[in-house]
Design a protein around this ligand. Sequence first.
Ligand code: XIL
Length: 346
Amino acid sequence: MKPLIIALALVLAAPLPASAHPRPPRDLRQLAEQTGVKIGSAVDIAALRAESDYRRVLNRQFNHVTAENAMKWESVEPQRGVFTWDDADTLVENARRNRQQVRGHTLVWHNQLPAWLTAGVEDGSIGATELRQILRDHITTQVRRYKGKIRAWDVVNEVVEEDGTMRQSIWLKHLGPGYIADAFRWAHRADPRAKLFINDYNLEWNAPKIETTLSLVKELQAQGVPIHGIGFQGHLGIQYDYPGDWANVMRRFADLGLEVAITELDVRMELPVTPEKLATQATYYSRAMTDCLSVRACRELTVWGFTDRHSWVPGWFDGEGAACLLDENLAPKPAYQALLTVKNPR
Ligand code: XIL
């Protein structure tokens, strides 16, 4: 009798097995809580205003948000000196009310610039000195407006080309390579607590882009530039192999002391949708989460829209679509379930 009692006592006293979370998370917010990876989505502000079901799902599921377009230069200053903050303000206010942190997107980019700016540079009426002043004012004004309300800023977006050369944007052409360090310094001055990121696509796998971006980060760090994070956009498609080395790439940036974020994840497919394609898509989403979880420095996974009802994919990739976690009716797809059942090593 005695040994049995001892054995029983030992079993009862033993610590819980490693799977300390016996049940899978019930939704994405709970997944975020259990893993410590913030789960975000890009937000379409028109949909946020007009569609109560869209709003409900966004606010229930996500604890991080990024404006899909509302904080881009053409949105906030369509005419010189005329600022239109309504949409960006709406996002930030909705986030506050729903306890969501915000990624600011984006301060310096070569796309979605206002016409007054690109035309002025083109016809020479805006010279280099003035352009630098304009960029500085833009960054200072926007970052200051949301000071304390933006967790992380995509300070520069897509500054490296596929072949590993620096992108010949108006910024590089007219201001020289120092514009990147300047942008980070100006942003830091305007909100010293915001985490400042460099963000890019195809950085999950493209070797020349990866090497150049790593060198760039090291150079900036050597100059004492305030850079805190690397953003992997993560625009994937199931017709391409999953970027199998992604976790290692993340680790190389983490080793430089950077925070890692997946900032724009979506997984498109050639239409029509089939159950097989949805199953493959689910594995891409769960592998992205698994990769993030395997790197301590990875603290955010943001999807570029959460519903196929509002996704940039059909408009940008001919014949492709269905890239999001939920379908047009906001019904969860296999990818959504797959995210909730990813094994949590943390
Ligand atoms: C896209 C938006 O989703 C579209 O609505 C818009 O028309 C074009 O830009 N990389 C980025 C994002 O950094 O800002 C882009 O967003 C998608 C690619």
